[in-house]
Design a protein around this ligand. Structure first.
Ligand SMILES: C[S@@+](CC[C@H](N)C(=O)[O-])C[C@H]1O[C@@H](n2cnc3c(N)ncnc32)[C@H](O)[C@@H]1O
Length: 311
């Protein structure tokens, strides 16, 4: 047997195994504990960090220029959202809250490159520990374990509020919007980016679309997705809303991320192998969901929404 045939066979076998693990062991949302333990596991095994760096979000791909480095696209995403949301109008030293901060990739950019005083909060203990370890002493960032639906901050205590791809984990989208707007001071800047389901359509979802949607929810501990208009209404209907809300659809600008996130595994095989055989299986386990995400965003079932508001 030729060596390539052997490798292809092994990959096929691993993919089949990964598929069966995937379909049988989902991470269906039951409470914020489901989310916390999923992120604790993703953080402690270091697989995502080895592959994608310290950002757990999609990249931004400008125009027709196709970047090959997912990590650069992620950093670009942060700068594009800062610019689009107007956060860059805030002076150095402004207080910014990062809601659902992961291991602090965005928080550190906001602190180091924009001079903000940043507090990142997440529901995962392991993420807070890792975020603190990754943050140098001279970086103006702090991290706390806290529920986004019960923020332990006074009203109007932040000049900016930032939240990237945390919304799909929130069981109460209205409370998520209310809490972010509550802690934002009058005139402050809100920047949110999220995975959204499409708005209402005239015909019901097909069997396949329902299957895909169920997997996108259950595999990654999502209670539900908002639509872009749905979350816009949550912001506008909040008792703390006092200005304007703009939205944009960045689906096409972020779409290459899904395939790139898989390609990173093949670009860094040594990093994955050094984490042990378990990491290879864990990585394979995520591939079907990533491919379904890609399909859903490419075919209009999902949309990548960005939201900005002035407090
Ligand atoms: C997809 S990750 C995005 C992480 C980070 N924003 C980034 O861009 O790298 C989602 C984040 O939301 C956090 N999260 C989910 N539910 C939360 C909740 N109820 N309260 C606080 N954080 C939450 C997760 O712990 C995780 O850090």
């Amino acid at each position: 047997m030729q060596v390539w045939t052997f490798i292809v066979l092994i990959v096929i076998i691993l993919l089949i195994l990964g598929f069966f693990i995937w379909i049988n062991k989902d991470r269906k949302y039951t409470s914020s504990r489901t989310v916390a333990s999923a992120y604790d596991a993703w953080t402690n095994d270091r697989l995502l960090e080895e592959l994608w760096g310290d950002h757990v979000h999609l990249g931004y791909y400008k125009g027709s220029f196709r970047k090959t480095d997912f990590r650069t696209a992620k950093v670009d995403f942060v700068h594009e959202l800062v610019r689009w949301s107007g956060l860059d109008q805030l002076p150095i030293g402004s207080r910014v809250l990062d809601v659902g901060c992961g291991i602090g990739g965005s928080s550190r950019i906001l602190a180091k490159e924009y001079g903000f005083d940043v507090i990142g909060i997440t529901i995962s203990n392991a993420q807070v520990k890792r975020a603190r370890d990754l943050t140098p002493n001279n970086c103006s960032c702090r991290f706390e374990v806290m529920d986004a639906l019960n923020l332990q901050f006074d009203d109007g205590s932040f000049d900016g509020v930032w939240s990237v791809e945390a919304g799909p984990h929130m069981p109460d989208k209205q409370l998520y919007a209310d809490e972010m707007l509550r802690v934002l001071r009058p005139g402050g800047f809100l920047a949110v980016a999220d995975w959204n389901k499409r708005g209402p359509v005239s015909k019901p979802n097909s069997y396949w679309e329902n299957f895909v949607m169920r997997q996108l929810l259950n595999q990654w501990a999502h209670p539900d997705f908002s639509s872009i208009n749905g979350f816009r209404s949550n912001l506008v209907n909040s008792p703390f809303y006092c200005g304007s809300v703009d939205t944009e659809d960045w689906t096409n600008l972020t779409l290459p991320s899904w395939i790139d996130s898989i390609v990173e595994g093949f670009r860094r095989p040594v990093a994955v192998l050094l984490l042990g055989p378990g990491a290879v299986f864990k990585g394979l386990r995520e591939i079907p969901t990533i491919l379904l995400m890609r399909w859903a965003f490419a075919n209009g079932l999902m949309e990548f929404g960005v939201f900005r508001s002035r407090g």
